[in-house]
Design a protein around this ligand. Structure first.
Ligand code: GLO
Ligand code: MG
Length: 346
């Protein structure tokens, strides 16, 4: 276990949410972006993730010059605070034009809107000083199988990715797969799908991925194995650590709070494969519970980071030699228990 670099942490403004869910309104007072940024700074996180309209609110109603002006002002503030922008992501699931999907909508005008908004997000990323555009393909999928042609939708996706790659020679596209929610079935549900599509683009080297623990679990996969797979291709450019209790709605629970062992396995792979050594951040895509009181508003983020760092210690103190010997002897029963005893602190 040679990886001894310090990890750097980040989250997005949406991770200090106000308690709304599809069935009820906010349960905490609505807070401004400035307040959220101040919280991030105060608690020692190094970077913030941005949807395009987190960076420039109501972006669709503003002229280009205004967008650039606001983005430059934000960059200045971030510099002043010593906070980096980890990525920009076009929010392609709110606008009326994306009701039937974004890049894969059946309406060519809507597909055009999605691409143009993505190109503008790349310009924003440039101003904010990040070369990562995250693509969570929220509505690229189907409810009604017969309403879409999956093969043609893949062509649309590749066409959109190609236009983004052509727009800027330095931008890297990190696809964040999720198998369902809001769609019944997504077109790119796993890392394997994302990397396969990368190979169809004009510059596959600049198309990689972002793994979210909960999304892997929703796909019935092991997040640690997904991480190992992506790292093998040198394509894991960002990470959304969190947790998830089984195959239900997306829960975005604190990292390690459902399965500590799975969290240990994820950290173990990150350590073994050297995630972070090229400047990648560890992001927590977690939400406070709806029941959380305002005075505990940051706890889900602080707890996730605390658990992560404690697991780094656990991984570094795990007797890998003994584990390998047990694996070589095929004494998996003892290996299984060795992990549990280590986590329990014996
Ligand atoms: C939802 C996703 C979402 C994205 C974010 C960045 O399930 O995890 O939170 O990560 O919008 O694009
Ligand atoms: Mg996410």
């Amino acid at each position: 276990m040679a990886n001894k670099h310090p990890y750097r942490f980040c989250f997005g403004p949406w991770n200090i949410s106000e308690g709304q869910d599809p069935y009820g309104p906010t349960t905490r007072p609505v807070q401004s972006f400035d307040w959220k940024l101040a919280q991030l700074k105060k608690h020692g996180f190094e970077a913030m993730m941005f949807h395009d309209d987190d960076a420039v609110p109501e972006i669709d109603s503003k002229p280009e010059s205004q967008i650039r002006k606001e983005a430059k002002e934000l960059k200045k503030r971030l510099n002043g605070l010593g906070i980096a922008a980890e990525m920009v992501a076009p929010r392609l699931w709110f606008a009326p034009q994306t009701i039937d999907g974004a890049y894969t909508s059946n309406d060519p005008k809507c597909r055009r809107y999605a691409i143009e908004r993505s190109l503008r997000s790349i310009d924003l990323a440039n101003i904010l000083g990040t070369d990562i555009l995250v693509l969570w393909l929220a509505r690229e999928g189907s409810y009604i199988r017969e309403s879409k042609d999956a093969g043609r939708c893949l062509d649309y996706l590749v066409e959109a990715l190609d236009q983004m790659l052509a727009h800027d020679k330095r931008i890297r596209l990190a696809i964040e797969p999720k198998p369902n929610e809001p769609m019944d079935h997504a077109y790119l549900p796993t890392i394997g799908h994302a990397l396969a599509v990368a190979s169809l683009t004009r510059d596959s080297k600049r198309v990689g991925c972002l793994i979210e623990s909960a999304h892997a679990i929703l796909a019935g996969l092991d997040p640690a194995d997904e991480i190992d797979f992506a790292m093998k291709f040198g394509k894991l450019w960002s990470l959304h650590l969190n947790d998830q209790n089984g195959l239900k709605y997306d829960q975005d629970r604190p990292f390690g709070n459902v399965s500590l062992r799975s969290a240990f396995d994820q950290v173990r792979v990150l350590e073994r494969t050297g995630y972070g050594t090229n400047g990648e951040y560890v992001c927590f895509d977690v939400h406070p519970f709806r029941t959380t009181k305002p005075e505990h508003w940051m706890d889900h983020l602080l707890n996730s980071r605390r658990t992560f760092l404690r697991l780094v210690e656990k991984v570094r103190s795990f007797d890998e030699k003994a584990a390998q010997k047990l694996a070589a002897d095929r004494d998996y029963q003892a290996l299984d228990q060795m992990v549990i005893d280590h986590l329990l602190g014996r």
